[in-house]
Design a protein around this ligand. Sequence first.
Ligand code: ZN
Length: 190
Amino acid sequence: MNTKELIEIIINGNDKFVKNHNKEYFKDHFDKQNPNITLVTCSDSRVQPDVILPDSINKIFIIRNIGNQIPSNEGSVDYGIYHLKTPVLLILGHSDCGAIKAFLKGYNDEPDTIKHELDNLKPVILKEDELIENIRKNINFQVDIAIKKYKELIQNGELAVVGAYYDFKNDLQKDYGRLTVININGENNN
Ligand SMILES: [Zn+2]
């Protein structure tokens, strides 16, 4: 597909959206957003909020980067928790994560910008472990970071930090596309 065709897809896609949504739909969120979930997930195009909610507008505050990391975008995560006060922070990792694969393969040849983000994974990824195990470890690692950051909110029952694995390859044998919760507030349950 060439650039022109892709731009047409963007314009036409939005045109359909406009035709299916009137003023009534938007007016509740003209001046304020009101999400219930702060989602930290990977930028991977195979992972989209549709896997949780078909219409996520004004429902999910999303922070995305390679490897679903808090340290790469800490200010944005803080915004969701401290300002928007979402009661749930969902860390969503996924099957076949390219960030973890890059880390396992070695990433010295990458540009500094990419290296810098992958460096955040150093404390947790072990080259001896297989991909699925490292994906899980990264989810748990990000949950741990969040638990330390937002300890008081969690203790007061105002926030739950949930770590989950979006599994489009059926890595965990629970079906293709299944989201499996593996950690809630530091309690690991597969
Ligand atoms: Zn990924």
